[in-house]
Design a protein around this ligand. Structure first.
Ligand code: IFM
Length: 443
């Protein structure tokens, strides 16, 4: 399985999940610091206070990236490390940290892919209303200006947001993520202000980073009705609308899907004249994170009264309880290729958690992760061969890390992290992935 000549191979992380140093060198508090420090919010009382201690061990981590032959590294910037109060004064030590990281990556021949927002909103801004409040957009633009001005001469690839669906709906409607609210109207307003911030950030980045390729990363899940019943088909349309189209359509210039606006029955009063045009700012690529499909089954009618299922969840699942369904990455890519016209697509995350253990001889064997990545890569290649412009793949994740409300219990890394000693061990999947990169394909 050979990939196209210029296909880009990388791995991804996020600031709160790996950096630690939560209150060092002038960093401000983020909503995830506050959330994880609140008893009962994260399994086992885990926090990102230390995480993988990447803030102090980044040089060692770049050596490991080289061992895997990574061509690109996707990481996120911690907004409160750069602007501890959300806006206003820049914390130079924060900028310096990322600046030296970028220099060292380039020195190592690894292309930096910078995500501006991967969920760690400055707590001060949450106190002023957070993403549901329109006044968050201006600080995000200031933050974008500060970061792109400082790094724009060396960073050419920018992702404004990671998974705005999760920030808005898991953080403000389901409450499983920071800030832990449970209010649909807040979630809808949050999604709009995330998208508006994206749209306003695009020209700022282009202004400061002349060679910039700018995109946004969405988590996309193909929704499939469990049966042919009308109820299940309606649930499929709802799931697809909520998770996929709510974000894809406005970015693609189509505005919010009307069927969803009707279902939400929300006044959408937070949308102002001109917003949708700004959200549709032309982008160079779409980042797609894929983990699993969504099997849609109506809960409005009792199970026994609904039509017999035609789709069942497969038995093979990851430690997250997520079904392993590699065909879904192909289905979603084909749909992006036919229904939308993004110039380029990157798989900005794909990977799996499994309960890894260190062997008697100090090795970590993870055949299930290797197989998961291999099957998904085969599907990505199939989509490319059918004309979908996928230009790169980032494994999630470079390192085992803080898996949000699950704490450290779920290991997604290519590299094992012993959280007691901070020792890193390349798992079998990491060594195999290095071979794939060197061969530009699977032998
Ligand atoms: O760890 C997360 C990441 O932060 C965002 N995408 C999904 C991953 C696995 O849950």
């Amino acid at each position: 399985m050979s990939f196209p000549k210029d296909f880009l191979w990388g791995a991804a992380t996020a600031s709160y999940q790996i950096e630690g140093a939560w209150n060092e060198d002038g960093k401000g508090e983020s909503i995830w610091d506050r959330f994880s420090h609140t008893p009962g919010k994260v399994d086992n009382g885990d926090t990102g206070d230390v995480a993988c201690d990447h803030y102090h061990r980044w040089q060692e981590d770049i050596v490991l990236m080289k061992d895997i032959s990574l061509q690109a590294y996707r990481f996120s910037i911690s907004w409160p490390r750069v602007l501890p109060s959300g806006h206003g004064e820049i914390n130079q030590k924060g900028i310096d940290f990322y600046s030296q990281l970028v220099d060292a990556l380039l020195e190592a021949g690894i292309e930096p892919y910078v995500t501006l927002y991967h969920w760690d909103l400055p707590q001060v801004l949450q106190d002023e209303g957070g993403w549901p409040a329109r006044n968050v957009v201006e600080p995000f633009c200031q933050y974008t200006q500060a970061v792109s001005k400082a790094l724009g001469d060396r960073v050419n690839n920018w992702i404004t947001f990671n998974e705005p669906f999760v920030s808005a709906f898991i953080g403000y409607e389901e409450g499983r993520h920071a800030p832990g609210h449970t209010d649909l109207h807040e979630a809808l307003a949050a999604s709009h202000h995330l998208l508006l911030s994206h749209g306003q950030a695009v020209p700022i980045i282009r202004n400061n980073s002349p060679d910039a390729q700018v995109g946004i990363t969405l988590n996309l899940h193909p929704a499939m009705a469990a049966s042919d019943s009308e109820a299940d088909k309606a649930t499929e349309a709802f799931d697809d609308g909520r998770i996929n189209r709510w974000f894809l359509d406005p970015i693609a210039g189509r505005g919010y899907p009307q069927d969803m606006v009707d279902i939400y029955g929300d006044g959408m009063g937070f949308v102002q004249a001109g917003d949708l045009d700004q959200i549709a700012a032309p982008i160079d690529f779409l980042g797609m994170n894929y983990y699993m499909r969504q099997i849609s089954r109506s809960t409005d009618i009792p199970e026994e009264e609904n039509a017999p299922r035609k789709i069942y969840r497969r038995d093979e699942t990851t430690e997250m309880g997520w079904e392993v369904y590699p065909e879904g990455i192909y289905d979603m890519l084909l749909r992006l290729g036919s229904d939308y016209d993004f110039l380029a697509i990157y798989i900005t995350e794909n990977g799996a958690a499994f309960p890894d253990k260190v062997n008697y001889d100090g090795q970590v064997e993870d055949p299930q992760r290797l197989s998961y990545i291999k099957c998904h890569l085969a599907m990505v290649l199939k989509a490319i061969q059918e004309g979908v412009p996928v230009q790169g793949y980032f494994a999630w994740s470079l390192l085992d890390n803080f898996e949000w409300a699950y704490g450290y219990a779920k290991r997604f890394g290519l590299i094992y992290v012993d959280y007691e000693t901070q020792q890193r061990i390349l798992k079998t999947s990491a060594k195999w992935y290095g071979q794939v990169i060197r061969a530009n394909g699977i032998e």
